[in-house]
Design a protein around this ligand. Structure first.
Ligand code: ADP
Ligand code: MG
Length: 234
């Protein structure tokens, strides 16, 4: 995973511990974790050029090492169908983010293709003061936030642990395709859990991994947002 250590070394050399969305996804993809390919545009013009290359609809998000919760900052615009919408989204993101984060360094925007809607999943890794590195699996949105429908294991996990983490949640029926809902491809989610466990185990200095959300489909799964945080000391 030399690519992973190179990205992390570069982030550290800039005195940062929080990887941007783009860096986090690069690490994920290098580690075999499926994530939408995401590019940086440093200007409105750049965002337009990338959107045309990727193909519409696209998603624009504020790209800043100082802003992790992009929606809260008014920094996410999804489903942009043409150049006019991209132009407007770029303007709106900058107009919303700059006054909210006056001191933030804003690199520009990240540009990625719009993923089709799927079952929203959250996969996370963090260091519990008592148990050490743990991995978390849950359904996205209100299921995690309000109902706390999540399962945990201590890292590293085996295939069987990954399978159990999925069956344990209360919303498991949704994953199986409850009432015509598109089922989630469990082998893809299992692989994602194992790869996250692997990445955390084999890369010293990773403190947190947050794939939120992952979209799960009947034949695959992909992270559309990712955030990786490093320990203060390498
Ligand atoms: P935040 O920093 O606020 O967590 P996200 O990157 O998660 O920002 O984006 C917010 C929401 O926008 C996501 O929960 C998801 O529903 C939607 N979204 C983000 N990226 C994509 C994408 N590539 N395709 C489709 N929807 C997306
Ligand atoms: Mg997110």
């Amino acid at each position: 995973m030399s690519n992973v250590s190179e990205i992390i070394a570069e982030v550290r050399s800039q005195g940062r511990t929080v990887l941007t969305e783009i860096e986090s996804k690069q690490v994920c993809r290098a580690a075999g974790i499926s994530a939408t390919e995401t590019w940086l545009a440093v200007s409105q013009k750049g965002a337009l050029a990338l959107s045309e290359k990727i193909d519409f609809p696209v998603v624009l998000k504020v790209a800043s090492p100082d802003i992790s919760h992009k929606t809260d900052a008014g920094g996410v615009k999804v489903g942009l169908k043409n150049k006019a919408e991209v132009r407007q989204a770029y303007r709106e993101i900058m107009a919303s983010v700059r006054p909210k984060y006056p001191g933030a360094k804003i690199d520009g925007v990240s540009v990625q293709g719009m993923a089709r809607p799927g079952t929203e999943i959250i996969i996370g890794m963090f260091k519990d003061p008592q148990f050490g590195p743990v991995i978390m699996f849950g359904l996205g949105g209100i299921f995690v936030e309000v109902l706390k429908d999540v399962s945990f294991r201590i890292i590293p996990i085996l295939r069987r642990d990954a399978a159990e983490m999925m069956t344990e949640i209360k919303g498991y029926a949704l994953l199986r395709g409850y009432r015509g809902h598109e089922p989630a491809h469990l082998p893809s989610l299992e692989k994602m859990l194992l790869k996250v466990s692997d990445l955390a185990e084999k890369t010293p200095g990773i403190k947190e991994i947050d794939l939120n959300p992952v979209f799960a489909y009947r034949d695959s799964a992909v992270a559309v947002d990712a955030r990786i945080v490093l320990e203060e000391k390498p």
